[in-house]
Design a binder for this molecule. Structure first.
Ligand SMILES: NC(=O)c1ccc[n+]([C@@H]2O[C@H](COP(=O)([O-])OP(=O)(O)OC[C@H]3O[C@@H](n4cnc5c(N)ncnc54)[C@H](O)[C@@H]3O)[C@@H](O)[C@H]2O)c1
Length: 307
């Protein structure tokens, strides 16, 4: 597999490291800043003898090196600066996404594109529109991260290993995140049997605010260890064709009564991208929240046309 990571910032560089450590393929790390991806790639190659992975990474500013990629992970983006409105940020990152798609897709027409850049729902939609790729080959990363955060918070609350916690979030990042307590389990037991409603709500709210909590602590920059682990989990499912079902931002065509919008749903991932959207059994309340999240995303994506 040839895997390109666009953007060698914190998420991109840690994703590149994890891809090498997991031996998922040959990695190309690309950025607009001269020297940055080259320096990071060399540093990662120098870690290879110690870590025991193959030093199969190239750092570059030239898209010719990305040609023939099977998977393209896009982490290029601009952080929100003080005084920047949501529309200012949207305009800035939409222009970066359009630029990246225009440069990366001609050489890799069969690639699966995984979008990480924020605002995630809008950037995923834009990447799909600009690339013209079949929608199942353009996927956004948010749900794996939110679900990981929720699983960790549940494990911490109950004093158990995160590995014994299963939980999935759908919808979108932030307030439109749809938590599914009935589908969450701890050591096989349904979560609502283990904690009261107030605790459930506290855990869900902490998950919704998970990104902001880390930004508040770091002061500059945002999370990257869990985000890079999450995107690499998606790459792994695709590269190894595992058919794992992960919560991903995927194009809907009537599933859950939702269509023509990218929204967080359980997707079966394989070499074709999103091979299938899995329809969990949701009650009216859960379904209502998921549909409301989808409507919210449609409205936000409509702002792209106003730029
Ligand atoms: N989806 C999620 O859950 C999630 C989680 C964490 C971060 N993010 C987002 O991921 C993005 C990256 O985060 P980060 O912490 O790595 O940011 P960062 O600022 O450390 O890195 C961004 C990189 O993108 C590069 N870049 C800018 N324009 C480019 C272009 N046109 N082509 C190639 N590279 C370009 C920059 O030079 C920089 O190296 C941000 O948009 C962030 O909000 C999303």
């Amino acid at each position: 597999m040839k895997i390109t990571v666009v953007g060698s910032g914190f998420v991109g560089q840690t994703a590149a490291m994890r891809l090498l450590e997991k031996a998922l393929g040959d990695v190309v790390l690309i950025d607009i800043i001269e020297g940055k991806p080259q320096g990071l790639a060399l540093d990662l190659q120098e870690a290879a003898p110690v870590e025991g992975y193959e030093p199969s990474i190239v750092g570059t500013n030239d898209y010719a090196e990305t040609a023939g990629s099977d998977i393209v992970v896009i982490t290029a983006g601009f952080p929100r600066q003080p005084g920047m409105s949501r529309m200012d940020l949207l305009a800035k990152n939409a222009s970066i996404m359009s630029d990246v798609i225009a440069k990366v897709t001609p050489g890799s027409p069969d690639a699966i594109v995984i979008v990480v850049s924020n605002p995630l729902d809008e950037m995923t939609y834009l990447a799909a529109e600009r690339s013209g790729f079949p929608k199942q080959r353009v996927i956004g990363m948010a749900g794996v991260l939110d679900s990981a955060r929720l699983r960790y918070f549940i494990a911490e609350e109950l004093g158990v290993s995160p590995a014994s916690v299963e939980a999935m979030t759908l919808g979108s990042h932030g307030d439109a995140m749809v938590a599914l307590p009935r589908h969450a389990t701890v050591e096989g037991k349904p979560l609502p049997e283990l904690v009261d409603d107030a605790t459930l709500e506290r855990l869900f709210q902490r998950t919704r605010d998970g990104g902001a909590e880390i930004v508040g602590l770091l002061k500059t920059g945002s999370a990257y260890y869990a985000p890079s682990a999450s995107v690499v989990a998606m790459v792994e499912a695709i590269a190894r064709d595992t058919n794992a079902v992960l919560p991903v931002c995927a194009w809907t065509s009537g599933e859950y009564g939702i269509e023509d919008v990218y929204v967080g749903v359980p997707g079966r991932l394989g070499r074709g991208g999103v091979e299938e959207i899995v329809e969990l059994e949701l009650n009216e309340d859960e379904l209502g929240k998921l549909r409301a999240a989808a409507e919210g995303i449609k409205e936000k994506c409509a702002d792209l046309a106003k730029l």
